[in-house]
Design a protein around this ligand. Sequence first.
Ligand code: UDP
Ligand code: MG
Length: 317
Amino acid sequence: MVPELSIVIPVYNEGENIAPLYREVTDALVALGRPYEVIVVDDGSTDDSFARLRQVHQQDPRWRIIRFRRNFGQAAGFAAGFAAARGQVVVTLDADLQNDPRDIGKLLDKLTEGYDIVSGWRTERKEPFLSRRLPSMTANRMISGATRVSLHDYGCSLKAYRSEVVKGIRLYGELHRFIPALASWMGVRVAEVPVNDRQRRFGKSKYGISRTLRVFLDLITVRFMLSYSTRPLHVFGGLGLLSFAAGLLIGLYLTFVKLALGQDIGTRPLLLLAVLLVILGVQMVSMGLLAEMITRTYHEAQDKPIYVIREQLDGDE
Ligand code: UDP
Ligand code: MG
């Protein structure tokens, strides 16, 4: 039977969590009464996670296991799971049981109201304030401000998607938390549902505070890809022209000072500034042109259209 529901769970050294995970997820899904599959991606665990997952699979073939050769990161885990998913709806979940599988039903109900993405929102986070919640709050504000999708909790792994949403997304680096933002490119309806947040019982977190910086850098990438990936010259060219024009004006002024007033300009800092601005301007514009060429290669090499169609009415059926 083709499953309606695909649950994708990345696992990296979660040995002790596997048994309770199997139990909780299975209980929650059986209660929903829809055909499902669970795709667990073992992201190069060095503990006994895989051995335990193999047992789970032998006992319950609805649990499909993908094992990476080495640790490729959580985003790669999600990507592999999305590629393997057969259901019309894909739900992602952490393996450490910080997410509560009983919330899956709530997400699905919301999805059937006509949304393409339903994101969990951990309204009562159980993690420490300074090292976790504060960076996370800041990140959520920044991501919401910089993209077209405003969410309270980008970092929550528990999310449900229509499968065409995740099938159309390429995840690079650690972009998994940006899926709703990346998907906004194709025009999606996004909703949020409050979910339960729990303490990690076994194993430890795979991330430290340095994640904050990486999230910030990723945000720049995502923002750029979203707004300018089909017209990079508009960013670089705009800045370049401004800089060039400012340099030119200062240069003209200095020329006037030299020729009309007969003063020396060779030692004036302003001269340096003029030169800097002109060079910067030329460089920005050429960079924009290069980016335009790269963009074309990017879209044409993978036959990636610059639009996405929701539906089409034509013919006379
Ligand atoms: N994870 C993974 N690969 C990694 C790091 C983490 O598959 O390189 C998985 C991990 O096993 C867990 C989920 O991603 O299921 C979230 O990781 P973690 O709980 O460490 O993150 P936190 O909840 O602390 O943000
Ligand atoms: Mg966790």
